[in-house]
Design a protein around this ligand. Structure first.
Ligand code: 6R9
Length: 651
């Protein structure tokens, strides 16, 4: 089928899907949207009362008096961990909460009751470190039950966690520890990935040598690999020693609904990552409600979200949403390609996964490595598929739909962001699907596409994606930087009232379906990982060899986008073997400064960057060059056109 005809094809849900779904029809979907429109606070307040257990009920749903610093359920009190664990004990105590699938293929199960006790015990451990409600704790751990336990234990005590993805370097860790003034770090000796043992603690050791990390008093280390570690007994304590003598009961600390549940650092348009602050009540409500309406979660489901807890998807759809919903979920330590490219399909078959949620980049790489492999496995347990993190191209969508889902499972292409807390545009299982479109707003979310002045554009015309009204799981502020929060998300140009998502979007002329056109700022999306071009540029210019650098993205078959860096060295422009050597050095450098995921795929050298006469780097030209396309744009304002030829050369 040609791409064009595929984009016009509509995939209707089967009668079986309709019969079972929580939102059973498009009429029901529209009725929910209508209900939210006519009584916005009644809609959200009703859900919050229905779905969450409140210690102290709220009387006000939404407080807009200090907009855009909105408060939701602001005089209510609850505990997130209580809502994820305690309330299931009576009815689901013996139900499996987590099936842990380890890198080596072994697996184990933890029931809700066991998880509850593990969380309580570890929370008592954290308590013994004299932490106070509101203190920050950095979690730097690989995927595993303990990462979830650590997050839930923080939530139980009202400690604010900040999970740092295990793939980030010591430098990135320093920045995040310092910004959050973390008092405790929870980490592991090492991790297993793709059959290899990789140390993790050395990055923490390195970070803590930096004066910026003087705030850290204790490091708790979970023993995962048993590998050798350096040890500072004054500061460090093994997880198992910390909890050895402690009780496995720990009363939850009830907090205000607005109490920050966590910070999660993400990339923006500047070199400094933003500490996105989420609430307890509103955040959990949406994590749970999207489990119900988007994923149609049932008690009999086995849910598997492949995202790492280092990203927002792993927060909402591993650590919180599935547990709040009381479902059984798979937590996967490994990588999709180990021991071979059928690992995902084996895990689905082995644990009878019914809802599978992954990223387009994984799908594309698995198509390349073995498009027929899913057929060798019994995937009949699947009933719903999900996609997240970046646009899914129609060809990959179709393969996912037919080959993985057997043409029977709807694909929910969920558009959302670290800042939105949960899905904001997504099909529900009953939504007629179009490959490559995330379709329609989640009920209650007032999504729109506007022009530079903040005015709605017509369907069929592209513009900025915005959200017109506050919603419960929205970012509350940027930690330490409320001004940046206002400027980044509620810009005055658009009137100061609209939440600016940072993506371009277009609605289909006939259906009103949304298609996301990618970021409008200097944020790249590489393999579903969000990265700021400025962060990579700052890392590059931090290298003693580099005078100046500009980073852009270029389309990539598997990763979605690849990183291209244009570099001006302090010395002369290198060529041949020397250029290759410096490319390797700079890649390693960026790996150490930020993390391996930020290493440029392509580094090119020139005597200068292409700039306008006013000194602006012409990034559009650099993007064209990156794609290997001819430059047709007018370059008469360019200070130094000759260097464009230099930058065509790939080393
Ligand atoms: C959840 C998550 C957010 C950015 C977002 C957009 C892109 C995410 C998408 C998608 C098209 C989807 N994005 N989901 N683009 N279709 N279904 O990924 O959060 O890491 O903060 O990234 O990812 O560009 O603005 P985050």
């Amino acid at each position: 089928m040609s791409a064009e005809s595929l984009e016009n094809r509509i995939f209707e849900p089967s009668a079986e899907v309709k019969a079972k779904a929580a939102v059973p029809s498009m009429e029901a979907y529209h009725a929910l949207c209508k209900q939210a429109e006519t009584d916005y606070t009644g809609f959200w307040g009703g859900l919050a009362n229905e779905l969450l257990d409140w210690h102290k009920p709220f009387t006000q749903v939404l407080d807009e008096s200090n907009a855009p610093f909105y408060r939701w359920f602001g005089d209510g009190e609850l505990n997130v961990s209580y809502n994820c664990l305690d309330r299931h004990l009576e009815t689901r105590g013996n139900k499996t909460a987590i099936i842990f699938e380890a890198d080596d293929g072994s697996s184990s199960a933890v029931t809700y009751r066991e998880l509850y006790h593990r969380v309580c015990k570890f929370a008592n451990g954290l308590k013994s470190l004299n932490l106070n409600t509101g203190d920050r704790v950095v979690i730097y751990m690989p995927m595993g039950v303990e990462a979830v336990v650590a997050m839930q234990a923080c939530a139980r005590l009202g400690l604010i966690h900040s999970v740092v993805f295990g793939g980030f370097s010591a430098k990135s860790l320093i920045e995040r520890i310092h910004d959050a003034s973390a008092r405790v770090i929870i980490t592991c000796d090492g991790q297993f990935r793709g059959g290899k043992e990789m140390p993790l603690k050395p990055a923490v050791d390195e970070a803590l040598q930096d004066a910026d990390c003087a705030c850290v008093e204790k490091v708790v280390v979970f023993k995962r690999t048993g590998g050798a570690v350096n040890w500072n007994p004054a500061r460090e304590i093994w997880w198992h020693d910390l909890i050895a003598e402690l009780s496995d009961e720990c009363a939850p600390v009830f907090v205000n609904a607005e109490h920050p549940l966590f910070l999660l650092y993400t990339s923006g348009s500047t070199g400094k990552p933003k500490g996105v602050q989420h609430s307890s009540g509103g955040y959990l409500l949406h994590a749970l409600n999207t489990m119900r309406w988007t994923f149609d979660i049932k008690d009999s489901d086995v849910f598997w979200c492949t995202a790492d807890v280092g990203w927002i998807t792993g927060h909402s759809y591993v650590a919180y949403g599935p547990l709040a919903a009381g479902c059984t979920q798979v937590v996967f330590e490994g990588v999709p390609t180990y021991p071979d490219a059928s690992r995902f399909w084996k895990v689905i078959e082995k644990h009878k996964v019914s809802i599978f949620y992954t990223a387009p980049t994984a799908i594309r790489s698995l198509i390349k490595l073995g498009a027929d492999l899913p057929k060798q496995h019994d995937l009949s347990s699947l009933r719903l598929l999900g996609s997240v993190g970046e646009p899914i191209n129609p060809a990959a969508w179709l393969w996912y739909y037919e080959t993985v889902g057997g043409s029977r499972c709807p694909i929910v292409d969920t558009f959302w962001q670290t800042e939105t807390g949960g899905h904001v545009i997504t099909p529900l299982p009953v939504t007629p699907l179009v490959a490559g479109s995330c379709t329609l707003p989640f009920p209650g979310l007032q999504m729109a596409v506007v022009d530079e002045a903040g005015k709605d554009v017509e369907w069929g015309t592209g513009g900025f994606l915005v959200i017109k009204k506050p919603w419960p799981s929205m970012i509350r502020t940027i930690w330490n930087d409320p001004e940046r929060y206002k400027k980044s998300y509620f810009p005055e140009d658009l009137g100061g009232q609209l939440y600016l998502a940072g993506d371009g979007a277009i609605r289909d002329k006939h259906t009103g379906y949304f298609t996301i056109m990618g970021r409008i700022d200097d944020v790249l999306n590489v393999s579903g990982h969000r990265m700021g071009t400025m962060e990579i540029e700052s890392a590059l210019v931090g290298n003693p060899l580099v005078a100046e650098a500009a980073v852009v993205g270029k389309p990539h078959d598997i990763k979605g986008e690849a990183i291209v860096a244009y570099v001006v060295l302090k010395g002369t422009r290198p060529s041949g073997e020397e250029a290759k050597k410096i490319v390797a050095q700079l890649r390693d450098w960026v790996g150490k400064e930020i993390g391996p995921i930020a290493k440029p795929d392509d580094i090119r050298f020139g005597d200068n960057l292409p700039k306008t006469r006013s000194g602006k780097i012409m990034r559009r030209l650099l993007r064209t060059l990156a794609k290997g396309e001819e430059i047709t744009a007018d370059i008469s304002t360019l200070e130094n056109p000759a260097i464009l030829d230099q930058f065509k050369q790939v080393h």
